[in-house]
Design a protein around this ligand. Structure first.
Ligand code: GDP
Length: 774
């Protein structure tokens, strides 16, 4: 500085301080120093005074914000570097280092931060308040909305309920209309059928009766179901979402059988759920198991769905064009079955009436062939069914074939009412078939017809002369005494029954028996019940069909046509139908084939379902009373009737400990297939009037299958009884006969271990066995 302390003027000082002399003067004035003008000399003391004043005033009331909040100091440093390059040349590189440092006034910053914080807090508070207010408004708004929605939903609900109610009413009305329609149709059909013929009992199995039952049943179920079912959600909701207020209820169409897997698929659920539901009903099943209609229906309803039963006969009915009644019904011969206790003379009576000796050709007490023949009596014709007693009668009835008009009950006058007599009475009553009693063997000395009448009365069969309605005719099958009276009685009864049938048009009837014959193929005896059967007709019999190649009457003579109540043997079927199957002549072969195929597959499915069911029954039974053994049988027979009689007789042999199972019974010679089946199922083969062919014999040797031939049913029964006793466990009893003490054990390579024993003295005294080895 180029001035001395002593002569500094205001102007000079102001110049140094880079401010105007006036401002400096004012500052001096504020510091309490009075100077007269810019050229006044400032003393050193005044300067100090001003400085102190300024310092004080700055410290006291200077605006803090005026002080710089921060100072930035920049520093720059430059250095030159000499670098030696290639070829003796050198380069100079200047390096500049710049440093920048910021000094921050903490006080200011903290103040600032505090202020900012305050402001922030304040802002937050206001924001929160704002938010809360908004929230309140929103809540109110939402509540309002919810209330509205609820009201709307309730209204919707009411509307839906009304809708459902209306629909239900409609459905009920529809069901009623349908039922009415079905009833009307059925009535029409029944009327038509009645007009056509009176004896349509044989075909009720595939008749409309069943259709009526099914349709009315399903109608009732549907109704019941609907009253129980919760209201289902119906379409067009205005809301974005829809609460599943009720489970979806499906209608499932059920045929006669369905597998668990298929059922699950139709219900749109996992198979496991169906299995679980069945388990809840006490049935253990697998996914591939076939369920029958009843079971499937239970499951479906259990799971809250409805069932529509498909009447498969409907399809069948549609396939068969029922022949229209062509012509008036005329009287027909009564069809008679002879029943009674064994050895009371059934066969003898039938023989005598037929005037041929059938019994002599037979080997035992049971009539083994189901046949039929007609008898020309002076007042009319009678058709006799030559059946093996009750089994065939009941078997036929079980299939829905009511072939018999009158039952002749044979009771031996010297024996009276026996168990099978009572059975026969029960069967006839169940079938509502009138009974005529033949009191047989009256030629015998100890014959007592009144005792027979007495015993029959006790069984509700009251003779006419005692005020009842049963004709009782004393006869002798041996001498023929009274047989004419018996035939008269039959014709009288027949007149009361007013039996009629249409003679013209396609035939309908029932299969009496069938067999496979060498050179002739499947052979069936059929009884025509209405219409006429002719050679060349297409015949549908049960699951078989075919064009009739030839027909024979009961005498074995070829015939061209057979009318009502006439039994004939027909050739040309595709296989052996079952006794009791219905038969029908149909328009064309293709249709017959279709129906036969359809029936076959139905039977197959049903059998599978039954088998699985019985398997389960077995299992449950076994679990209940511990493991039980079983004897498996495979029966082959010459005619269907015998096969069935044998099967039933065998199954009846089952005992607590052992069960007799007939795994298959069929008609025809024993084939390799039969042997293989017997081998795999560990079954005993029974041949009844049939033999094994060469291939089968080889297979028998190979597999070691047990084969027995019979020609008498009783022999077969005895044989199986014996076999069963072989299966019975031996009874083991232990009895101590003496005691011995083992002294030494010797090892012998030949005899094994040998024990040297000493018999205890006590027992030795009783002469008991000497030392033993084991
Ligand atoms: P089924 O088992 O009922 O068929 O009885 P059968 O016809 O085989 O007869 C049994 C036995 O009784 C045979 O020995 C017949 O000869 C005998 N028999 C049947 N009817 C008469 C009869 O009227 N008088 C006598 N004395 N014996 C008869």
């Amino acid at each position: 500085m180029g001035y001395t302390m002593a002569d500094t003027t205001v102007r000079q000082f102001a110049d140094v301080l880079k401010m105007t002399p006036e401002r400096l003067l004012a500052q001096f004035e504020q510091a309490g120093i009075d100077l007269d003008g810019p050229d006044a000399v400032i003393t050193e003391a005044n300067k100090v005074k001003l400085l102190n004043h300024l310092r004080e005033s700055h410290g006291r009331d200077a605006d803090a914000s005026a002080a710089p909040p921060e100072i930035t100091i920049k520093r720059r440093q430059r250095t030159d570097l000499r670098l030696s390059g290639g070829q003796g040349r050198s380069r100079t590189v200047s390096v500049e280092v710049r440093k920048k440092r910021r000094y921050v006034n903490r006080g200011v910053l903290e103040e600032k931060a505090r202020k900012a914080q305050n402001e922030l807090d304040k802002a937050r508070d206001t924001e929160r308040e704002q938010r809360e207010a908004e929230q309140r408004a929103l809540d109110e708004k939402r509540q309002e909305l919810e209330r509205e929605t609820r009201e709307r939903e309730q209204a919707e609900e009411r509307r839906r309920a009304e809708e459902a109610e209306r629909k239900e009413k409609e459905a009920q009305a529809k069901a009623r209309r349908e039922a009415e329609e079905a009833r009307r149709k059925q009535q029409e059909a029944a009327n038509a059928a009645r007009k056509k013929e009176t004896d349509r009992r044989a075909s009720t199995k595939y008749g409309r009766k069943e259709l009526h039952v099914a349709s009315s049943k399903s109608g009732r179920r549907r109704k019941k179901k609907q009253t129980r079912r919760p209201v289902a959600v119906q379409g067009d909701s205005k809301h974005g979402f829809e609460k599943p207020t009720a489970p979806v209820s499906r209608e499932v169409t059920l045929g006669e059988t369905i597998t668990v897997g298929d059922l699950a698929q139709r219900l749109a659920v996992k198979a496991n759920e169906v299995i679980k539901s069945l388990m809840g009903m006490g049935m253990m099943v697998t996914i591939n198991q076939v369920l029958d209609q009843e079971t499937a229906q239970l499951v479906v309803e259990e799971m809250g769905h409805t069932v529509k039963l498909l009447n498969e006969n409907e399809l069948e009915d549609a396939l068969i064009v029922e022949p229209e009644a062509s012509g008036d019904a005329v009287g027909r011969a009564p069809v008679v079955t002879v029943m009674g206790h064994v050895d009371h003379g059934k066969t003898s009576l039938l023989d005598y009436i037929r005037e041929s000796r059938v019994a002599s050709g037979e080997a035992g007490g049971i009539t083994q062939h189901i046949g039929a023949y007609r008898v020309n009596h002076d007042k009319g014709v009678i058709t006799f069914l030559d059946t093996p007693g009750h089994e065939a009668f009941t078997a036929m009835r079980a299939r829905g074939a009511q072939a018999t008009d009158i039952v002749i009950l044979v009771v031996a006058a010297d024996d009276g009412v026996m168990p099978q007599t009572k059975e026969a009475i029960a069967h006839a009553k169940a079938a509502e078939v009138p009974v005529i009693v033949a009191i047989n063997k009256i030629d015998r000395e100890n014959a007592d017809p009144d005792r027979v009448k007495n015993e029959l009365s006790a069984n509700d069969v009251i003779p006419e002369d005692w005020g009842g309605d049963t004709q009782m005719v004393p006869v002798s099958a041996l001498t023929g005494q009274g047989v004419d009276d018996l035939l008269d009685a039959v014709l009288l009864q027949s007149e009361l029954l007013e039996l009629t049938a249409v003679e013209d048009g396609p035939a309908a009837g029932v299969v009496l028996e069938s067999s496979l014959e060498k050179g002739r193929g499947p052979v069936a005896t059929v009884l025509v019940s209405r219409g006429s059967l002719n050679t060349g007709d297409i015949l549908l019999a049960g699951e078989e069909f075919g064009r009739i190649r030839a027909m024979f009457d009961e005498k074995g003579e070829a015939t061209q046509s057979a009318g009502p109540s006439t039994p004939v043997v027909v050739l040309g079927l595709s296989g052996t139908p079952n006794a009791g199957d219905d038969m029908l002549s149909v328009e064309n072969e293709r249709r017959a084939r279709e129906v036969a195929e359809h029936r076959k597959s139905k039977t197959r499915d049903r059998k599978m379902a039954e088998q699985q069911l019985s398997k389960m029954d077995d299992l449950r039974a076994q679990m209940e009373r511990g493991e039980r053994d079983s004897v498996n049988l495979l029966i082959k027979s010459d005619v269907q009737g015998s096969a069935e009689a044998l099967r039933e007789a065998m199954v009846k042999l089952s005992m607590d400990e052992i069960e007799v199972k007939v795994i298959q019974s069929g008609v025809g010679g024993i084939t390799e297939n039969d042997v293989n089946l017997a081998a795999t199922s560990n079954a005993i083969l029974l041949g009844f009037n049939v033999r094994a062919d060469a291939a089968a014999r080889n297979a028998i040797k190979e597999h070691g299958v047990d084969l027995h031939y019979f020609s008498v049913i009783y022999e077969a029964i005895d044989q199986v009884k014996l076999a069963i006793s072989g299966f019975l466990k031996p009874e083991i009893k232990e009895q101590i006969v003496g005691l011995a003490e083992v002294r030494e054990v010797f090892r012998s390579p030949k005899f094994g271990d040998v024990a040297g024993c000493m018999v205890s003295a006590d027992y030795a005294a009783h002469n008991l066995p000497r030392p033993c080895n084991r």
